[in-house]
Write a protein of this length. Structure first.
Length: 537
C-alpha cells in the first residue's frame, strides 16, 4: 500500500489538500474543487444486467477497469459508494471489490472508514429527537403526531426495529406513537449528502427535509424545527470525499452510499466532480442492474448535477445470463438485448464486460462475444478478480475505443420523460421504456398522493423502489419478464434529495440478517488483522 500522499500526487493533489485519517486514508478538502481543473475527465458508468442473488461483480469490475486504464498509462480514478455495516455483517459481506481488484485498506473501508455513516446516523437522529421534543413541549411546529414520517436510523441490519412503539414511560417519556427504524443507507440525509454540491447546498437541502405534516396538509421541515444548522455541523467533515487506493496503487474516491432502491444508489456528486477535475477517466458505478440503478444514475444524479457519461459498461456473467434464460444461455441473451435497448433509449451504447470465472467454458464465452458482435457492441472478457489490471487490459482497450469513436460528437443527455410531466406519467415512461412494462397501475391512496405531489412539489424526477431481481415488481419475475403491469402502492416526497420515490411491491428499508450472517465468519488474528469481511476471505 502506497503512502496516501503519493496516491494524491498522481491526481495532482498536494499534501495541503488532504486531511489524513490514518494509514492509507484521507479526506480531500473541498477547496481542491475551486482551482482550475487539471483535466476534463470522461465519465464511465459501470452498470450490469439484472443481478442474481449472488450479484454480478460491478464493484470488482469498476475497480479492475480503472486498474486496466492505468496499465494503459491513462490517468484514471474509480469513484465508489461507501459500504454499509448492515450488508457487511449480513448477507453480502464487504463492498470493496474482490480478489486482486480491491480498494484498500479494505477492513477500514468496510468498517468505520472515516466516520461518514456515523455522522449521517447522528444528523438523522438529531432531527428525529427534535421532532419528538417538539411534540413533548406542545407541538409549536403544528406537527400532527399521527402524520409524522421521519423515522430513526442505524447502520446495522435489525429486523426487530422495522416497526416500533416510542415515547413510552409516562409523562417524561414523550408522546407515545408508532415509528420505525431504517438502515442509515436508506436515510434521506444520506441521499442529500450524496447529491449536494457543497456546504451551502447541503444546508439548504437539509432545511427542506420533510418530517411530517400539520393541519391542512402543510409540510413541516427541518428548518421549521431549527435543526438544519446543527445537522450541517455534524456533516461538515463527512461532506469531504474520501481518498484511498486500489491494490495496484491507483486513486479511488469512495464517498456516499445511498440505498440503491429507496434512493438513487450512486456515490457522491462531489467525488465525481473531484475525479473529473483531476483525472482523464472517471469510472463509477450505480446500484443493481441498469434497469434500476443505471436509470437512476442518469435520470436523478446526472440530471441534477449536469453530468453525462461518455460510455456505459454493462457487466454480465455467464451464470446470470443462464439464470435469466431459465438455464439456457442462448435464451438468456435476450435479456442482454433488452438492457442494450434500454441504454440506447438514453442515447448511449454499452460496452459489454463479461466478468469471467474459472469454470466458464470457452464455448459459452464465445457465444456471448459472438452475440455482442452481431449487435455491433464492443465486448471483452475480464479476469480482473484473478489478475488485477492485467486481466482488465482488453476491457480498458474496448472502453477507450468506444469513447474515442464519439469524441467528435459526444452523447448528449436524453431522458424518458420531461420534468414538467405529471408523476404518474413519469412512472409510466420509466416502466415502459426501461422495464418493458405494458402500463403501470396505482392503488387509490398512491394515485391520490402523487396527484397531491403534482400540486405541491412539481417538477422533480422519480425514483422507483422495487425488486432488483426482475424487470417487474415481482422478485420471481426474472430477467425476461414481459407483458406485466407493476403496481405503485405508495409514494414519498424526498424534497431535500430532490426526487419523488414510488414504491412498487414490498420494499424493506431495514434489512434483516440471514440465517447465517456474514458476521459469524469475522475474526481478529493475533497480529490484529481482521479476516472474514469479504466473501472467500
Amino acid at each position: 500500500m502506497q503512502a496516501i500522499e503519493d496516491v494524491a500526487k498522481e491526481l495532482g493533489l498536494s499534501p495541503e489538500d488532504l486531511l489524513p485519517m490514518g494509514r492509507g486514508k484521507a479526506k480531500v478538502d473541498l477547496g481542491a474543487l475551486n482551482r482550475a481543473p487539471r483535466a476534463r475527465g470522461k465519465l464511465i458508468l459501470v452498470s450490469a444486467v439484472t443481478p442474481t442473488k449472488s450479484g454480478e461483480g460491478k464493484t470488482t469490475m469498476s475497480i479492475s477497469l480503472a486498474m486496466g486504464l492505468r496499465k494503459l498509462e491513462r490517468r484514471a480514478v474509480v469513484c465508489l459508494r461507501e459500504p454499509s455495516l448492515g450488508p457487511v455483517f449480513g448477507m453480502k459481506g464487504g463492498g470493496t471489490g474482490g480478489g486482486k481488484a480491491q480498494i484498500v485498506p479494505a477492513a477500514d473501508i468496510n468498517l468505520h472508514f472515516n466516520g461518514d455513516l456515523h455522522a449521517i446516523t447522528a444528523a438523522h437522529n438529531l432531527l428525529a429527537a427534535m421532532v419528538d421534543n417538539d411534540l413533548h413541549f406542545g407541538g409549536k411546529s403544528g406537527l400532527d403526531a399521527r402524520r409524522i414520517t421521519w423515522p430513526r436510523v442505524m447502520d446495522m441490519n435489525d429486523r426487530a426495529l422495522r416497526q416500533v412503539l416510542i415515547g413510552l414511560g409516562g409523562q417524561n417519556g414523550g408522546v407515545p406513537r408508532e415509528s420505525r427504524f431504517d438502515i442509515t443507507a436508506a436515510s434521506e440525509v444520506m441521499a442529500v449528502l450524496a447529491l449536494s454540491e457543497g456546504p451551502e447546498d447541503l444546508r439548504a437541502r437539509l432545511g427542506r427535509l420533510v418530517v411530517g405534516y400539520a393541519a391542512k396538509r402543510r409540510a413541516v421541515t427541518a428548518d421549521d424545527l431549527g435543526a438544519a444548522e446543527a445537522m450541517a455541523a455534524l456533516l461538515r467533515d463527512a461532506l469531504m470525499p474520501n481518498l484511498v487506493q486500489t491494490q495496484e496503487g491507483g486513486p479511488a474516491l469512495v464517498h456516499g452510499g445511498p440505498f440503491a432502491n429507496i434512493a438513487h444508489g450512486c456515490s457522491s456528486v462531489l467525488a465525481t466532480r473531484m475525479g473529473m477535475r483531476y483525472a482523464d477517466y472517471v469510472v463509477t458505478e450505480a446500484g443493481f442492474g441498469f434497469d434500476l440503478g443505471g436509470e437512476k444514475f442518469l435520470d436523478i444524479k446526472c440530471r441534477q448535477a449536469g453530468l453525462w457519461p461518455r460510455c456505459v459498461v454493462l457487466v454480465a456473467t455467464i451464470k446470470a445470463l443462464q439464470s435469466h434464460g431459465r438455464g439456457n444461455l442462448e435464451e438468456g441473451l435476450a435479456h442482454l438485448d433488452r438492457q442494450k435497448e434500454s441504454i440506447g433509449g438514453f442515447g448511449l451504447r454499452p460496452v459489454v464486460a463479461i466478468n469471467a470465472f474459472p469454470d466458464d467454458s470457452p464455448e459459452d464465452l464465445a457465444k456471448v462475444e459472438a452475440h455482442c458482435a452481431k449487435l455491433g457492441l464492443r465486448v471483452a472478457a475480464c479476469t480482473g478478480f484473478a489478475e488485477g489490471g492485467e486481466g482488465s487490459r482488453a476491457l480498458a482497450e474496448q472502453v477507450l475505443e468506444e469513447i474515442e469513436a464519439s469524441d467528435a460528437s459526444p452523447p448528449e443527455p436524453r431522458h424518458p420523460y420531461p420534468l414538467e410531466a405529471s408523476y404518474p406519467d413519469k412512472l409510466r415512461a420509466v416502466a415502459r421504456a426501461v422495464y418493458g412494462a405494458e402500463d403501470v397501475a396505482f392503488t387509490g391512496p398512491a394515485l391520490k398522493t402523487l396527484q397531491r405531489f403534482d400540486q405541491d412539489h412539481p417538477g422533480l424526477p422519480v425514483c422507483v423502489a422495487k425488486t432488483h431481481l426482475s424487470f417487474s415488481d415481482d422478485p420471481a419475475g426474472g430477467g425476461l419478464a414481459k407483458g406485466f403491469v407493476p403496481t405503485v402502492r405508495s409514494a414519498r416526497a424526498y424534497l431535500g434529495a430532490g426526487f419523488v420515490t414510488a414504491l412498487m411491491g414490498d420494499i424493506m428499508t431495514m434489512p434483516g440478517l440471514p440465517r447465517e450472517p456474514a458476521a459469524r465468519r469475522v475474526k481478529i488474528e493475533p497480529n490484529g488483522r481482521i479476516r472474514g469481511l469479504m466473501q472467500n476471505d
